[in-house]
Write a protein that binds this ligand. Structure first.
Ligand SMILES: *[C@@H]1O[C@H](CO)[C@@H](O)[C@H](O)[C@H]1NC(C)=O
Ligand SMILES: *[C@@H]1O[C@H](CO)[C@@H](O)[C@H](O)[C@H]1NC(C)=O
Ligand SMILES: *[C@@H]1O[C@H](CO)[C@@H](O)[C@H](O)[C@H]1NC(C)=O
Length: 617
């Protein structure tokens, strides 16, 4: 690091070159673990100062993502950024002007994208406006132990000349001197995999880094596994009871209980819950899910598992969440911890723990919600879980009417995100917010504020069902399929800004099928031999199974194309709501990526190809 040079020498280098005094000092931030980096000045002639960043790492690494450079504030004398250029003899791909928005005045910076001609695509480009900071994304070569990152040249653009002969061997570079113009800070990156330390995810050993780190400006050593596309199911009805799903728990003394809150208020609930928790899902269920290609579990849990003060709620569910995390790890799956019930009830549905009134948006309940999330974040966002827990959802399905206001939900989400991020060690953990039924795209501004040019760790969860409105219940199955195909556009728009997940969807629609294969809307039908989906699932005929399978496959195609992942509701749900029984019946493809009815949707919009997907996964 250049900072090891005596200050006096640096001062001399700086002062000996009067032109240098025109340049403001800048900081280059590199996000990557186990990396040392030095910024060197390579030449100085005619008002030019060339710098390059030398990065090295031991052992060899696969860097999945990027280096972020926050270079100089653009001043009168700007900066030139050559990205990956060998001679700099091309056409500038862009010019930054300082001062005037119209581009009047002296150019304050020029950059090339791509190679000599400046026409390369997909190459690193600085971003950032006039007078601002620039961010430069540059992936290190796979498995390299050292890399020369693009030259950052400071120019007096009035006498602009081109950089030539950039040496790439470290031997040649050793003659360069540390630059007085820039300093480097290193930040840990989650988007990084060390091939020598990652362990097979089928073992129970976390794959967090065991290598020594040479980061000098931070103490973090996290190296989380990049998040793949999530093909998931919800472990619904387990740690948060839902009567319509849980026929086993709501029996005997508990048959009159309506929800978790009333269930927990009944004497004997503790042992009934233990029985339910220990039998409803077991490790073998998780293995059955994994065998179908499911790689992720969204696990709903209520806030009361972490703090039940002043409520009848019974604690203990978190011990089973912890078991499930271990099972998931053993099966090579990922987990998304979902705070499904918030203090006061965020929606008044039974799935929040307490059906009835919605009292979430009082200042004390909003604060208590954050306080519980901090507890959860500290635990599940720790490095101990970084190989398996990839998401933490802050609340589920807050409604946006009655006692709830969407604007309050949005400001709470920002406050909660900041509080959660302050507790997590795993820098790649995606902190997820449900869209409050306003659509994922209603959150892009919030995401942009929170992400602020950094890693995309704010994610959005949208639930896509087609049986809760009169309009949906008037559709035939082919209209349901068309509607699902139409989700692609908004999902892709949203996913370009923030990781966007379909945290819930199902195979269920209210349709009936006629013997000729045509479908009608509703829960009853009159044609001879027709059958409605609302009937007994086990008795569904082949024609209905085919219709449901087509609907499921169309939805999966859309999600695969345009989002970051999906979670079906629910692993053990009844009828069209069940993943495992859907697999058995043939309603759901097995493996989940296989298709019987491919290409039902035309013109699917692919999720952002050059954005976060490349950097994050
Ligand atoms: C540029 O970055 C520096 C250091 O992070 C920051 O203090 C400054 O406000 C940034 N300037 C702009 C215009 O964003
Ligand atoms: C990186 O190194 C690992 C381990 O030696 C190897 O399996 C992998 O194929 C390498 N990747 C590339 C792109 O060379
Ligand atoms: C638990 O919740 C109560 C009520 O919101 C609060 O007063 C208390 O501080 C919380 N306890 C912890 C350990 O956070």
């Amino acid at each position: 690091m250049w900072t090891s040079l005596p200050t006096a020498l640096l001062a001399f280098l700086f002062l000996s070159d009067p032109a240098a005094a025109r340049y403001q000092r800048r900081t280059i931030t590199i996000e990557a673990c186990d990396t040392t980096a030095t910024v060197v000045r390579t030449s100085s002639a005619g008002g030019e100062f060339h710098e390059k960043v030398l990065a090295s790492s031991t052992p060899p690494v696969v860097v999945m993502s990027t280096m972020t450079v926050v270079p100089m504030p653009v001043g009168t004398f700007g900066g030139v950024v050559y990205s990956g250029v060998s001679t700099g003899t091309g056409i500038p791909a862009g010019i930054f002007y300082s001062g005037a928005a119209s581009g009047l005045g002296l150019p304050s910076g020029i950059f090339w994208s791509g190679y000599a001609t400046g026409t390369g695509s997909g190459s690193p480009r600085p971003t950032g406006g006039v007078g601002g900071n620039r961010t430069h994304h540059h992936p290190l070569p796979v498995n390299s132990t050292s890399s020369v990152l693009p030259i950052f040249s400071l120019h007096d653009t009035s006498s602009f000349s081109k950089q030539t002969s950039i040496a790439s061997s470290s031997a040649a570079l050793s003659t360069y001197i540390p630059s007085p113009f820039s300093s480097i800070t290193l930040k840990p990156s989650s988007t990084f995999v060390s091939v020598t330390t990652s362990k097979s995810r089928s073992t129970s050993t976390p794959s967090t880094s065991t290598s020594t780190t040479s980061l000098t400006s931070t103490s973090a050593t996290a190296t989380a596994t990049p998040i793949p596309f999530l093909r998931g199911v919800n472990l619904g009805g387990w740690l948060v009871l839902e009567k319509w799903m849980d026929s086993d728990a709501f029996t005997g003394a508990f048959s009159n209980a309506a929800d978790q809150y009333t269930f927990d208020s009944i004497s004997g609930a503790s042992s009934a819950l233990e029985t339910h928790w220990s039998t409803y899902f077991t490790e073998s269920d998780i293995q059955s899910l994994a065998a179908t290609g499911i790689n992720a579990l969204r696990i709903p849990i209520g806030y009361w598992a972490y703090n039940n003060t002043g409520t009848p709620y019974i604690t203990g569910a978190d011990a089973y969440l912890d078991k499930a995390i271990t099972w998931a790890r053993n099966a090579g799956m990922y987990v998304w911890v979902d705070c499904h019930g918030s203090p006061g009830s965020q929606n008044g549905f039974d799935n929040s723990g307490h059906a009835g009134s919605v009292n979430w948006q009082t200042s004390s309940n909003l604060a208590a919600s954050i306080s519980v999330l901090e507890t959860m974040a500290k635990k599940y966002g720790s490095l101990e879980y970084a190989d398996v827990v990839v998401g933490l959802e802050m609340t589920n399905e807050p409604i946006s009417y009655g006692n709830n206001h969407f604007s309050v939900t949005q400001s709470w989400a920002q406050e909660a995100y900041t509080a959660v991020k302050a507790q997590v060690e795993n820098p790649g953990l995606v902190v997820v917010m449900h869209d409050a039924f306003q659509g994922a795209t209603a959150w892009t501004d919030v995401a942009q504020t929170l992400i602020n040019g950094g890693k995309k760790t704010f994610g959005i969860d949208t639930h896509l069902y087609q049986l809760y409105t009169d309009a949906d219940n008037a559709l035939t199955q082919s209209e349901h399929i068309s509607k699902a195909c139409g989700w692609s556009t908004d999902l892709a728009i949203s996913n370009a800004v923030m990781p966007t997940y379909i945290g819930e969807f199902s195979a269920a629609t209210n349709v009936c099928v006629n013997p000729d294969g045509s479908t009608t809307a509703g829960t009853s039908c009159s044609v001879d031999g027709c059958q409605c989906q609302s009937g007994n699932f086990d008795d569904l005929n082949d024609a209905m199974v085919k219709q449901m399978r087509m609907f499921v496959e169309a939805q999966l195609d859309v999600f695969e194309a345009s989002s970051s992942g999906y979670f079906m509701w629910a692993a053990k749900g009844p009828g069209g709501w069940g993943f495992l029984n859907g697999i058995e019946k043939g309603v759901i493809p097995n493996p989940v990526t296989s298709r019987k009815y491919s290409s039902q949707c035309s013109g699917l919009v692919k999720r952002e190809s050059k954005g976060w997907r490349r950097w994050f996964w």
